[in-house]
Design a binder for this molecule. Structure first.
Ligand code: AGP
Length: 364
């Protein structure tokens, strides 16, 4: 498919720039102010069934798997249901125990990724309930699932996913809020999350307006041979996704680690030639994250922090607007899409069509 680039040089840039509108779209018509919850028309899951769920297992590949990790933490945090995300490819090859009280959720931009589809088919054959969190309407995974939430990111042409990642996480926030409000999430907390969700498009626009500064930072880091990305709990999937994005389009080697794991091995890699991107939200883990930055500094590592306020330990800080703690990961990923983009651009890469990759992997 070919769509108008709308004055952008690449689809990736166009798609990054569209994210405020895209998030607006995934929210539109779904928020219920009266009950501080959301309506998700295609879910096919009544309140009694929703209360019976004992576990949530999210399955996806690549960026969708990372979006699922944030989704799992939203569901666990807001609905208090144990949840985790696993690469669909791993899941289907390990002969998993399929449990009738587990809700399975397949995540896919294209809705055609073979490993995800095969996992869904295997689950359905074993009688499991499977929902889809999918972008492409009417795609194979959307059709195969028992119900689900459309992500409404609009067409994504660039091989690497940006706006769909963001919208998928927002779709998970809606699902988590819905499940939470059927279970034990209070009206006040429901309201708090809804207010946070409503702030997202404006805050995303604010981040995008800082593009020139991020471009300068990209020039500063583009000669790195290798980069480390760290985050803690909610920040860890953000680090994973940012490192994947950088690898895919700039071909710079990148590692992502939970900040707490640094001292268990990867600290050995830290030296001036291996800069670190640190995800440092203003939440209860701020001091812990500062301590991790201190450990890196002590080894002469250069640090770029993504934070809500200037970080003294870091060489540079990209400041993002603060939202509710649960929703912060959505915003913290966005400047790092721009960082990957401008790094790849500085290195002269073919951004929309990175070598060796396909937009959707429809074979085994
Ligand atoms: C995204 O930047 C990648 N191209 C890739 O990891 C992708 O997310 C993965 O192949 C899954 O695709 P899907 O979301 O269409 O299922």
């Amino acid at each position: 498919a070919s769509y108008d680039m709308g004055g952008h040089d690449t689809y990736m840039h166009k798609e990054i720039s569209e994210q405020a509108d895209a998030v607006d779209r995934v929210l539109r018509g779904r928020i219920d102010e009266k009950f501080s919850t959301v309506h998700l028309g295609g879910l096919n899951l009544d309140a009694r069934e929703a209360r019976g769920i004992r576990r949530v297992k999210i399955l996806g590949c690549g960026t969708s798997y990372h979006a699922g990790m944030i989704g799992a933490s939203l569901i666990e945090g807001l609905a208090r249901i144990p949840a985790d995300s696993e690469p669909a490819s791993e899941f289907r090859y390990r002969n998993p125990v399929v449990d009738p009280d587990t809700l399975y959720i397949a995540v896919s931009q294209s809705g055609e990724t073979y490993d995800v589809l095969a996992a869904v088919q295997e689950l359905k054959r074993k009688g499991a309930r499977v929902l889809g969190v999918v972008n492409v309407v009417g795609s194979a995974i959307a059709r195969e699932a028992d119900g689900g939430v459309y992500v409404h990111a609009g067409p994504e042409v660039c091989v690497v996913s940006t706006k769909c990642f963001t919208n998928t996480v927002v779709a998970f926030a809606l699902l988590a809020l819905h499940l939470g409000r059927i279970r034990d999430l209070s009206v006040a907390d429901g309201k708090r999350i809804i207010e946070g969700l409503r702030k997202l498009p404006g805050q995303i626009q604010e981040i995008l307006e800082g593009e020139e500064d991020i471009k300068k930072l990209a020039a500063e880091y583009a000669d790195a041979k290798s980069m480390m990305f760290i985050g803690r709990v909610r920040g860890y999937p953000v680090a994973l996704e940012a490192s994947l994005k950088l690898k895919e389009i700039s071909y710079i080697h990148a590692e992502a680690y939970p900040a707490s794991e640094l001292k268990h091995g990867p600290l050995a890699l830290i030296e001036p030639a291996m800069p670190t991107v640190a995800i440092v939200p203003n939440d209860s883990l701020l001091e812990k994250n500062r301590a991790a930055m201190e450990e890196i500094k002590a080894r002469s590592g250069k640090i770029l922090a993504v934070a809500h306020q200037v970080q003294e330990k870091a060489d540079h800080t990209i400041i993002v607007p603060k939202n509710e703690d649960e929703l912060d990961p959505i915003l913290m990923g966005i400047p790092l899409q721009l960082l990957a983009y401008h790094t790849a651009l500085a290195l002269g890469r073919d951004i929309d069509k990175p070598r060796n990759l396909a937009k959707s992997v429809t074979v085994e």
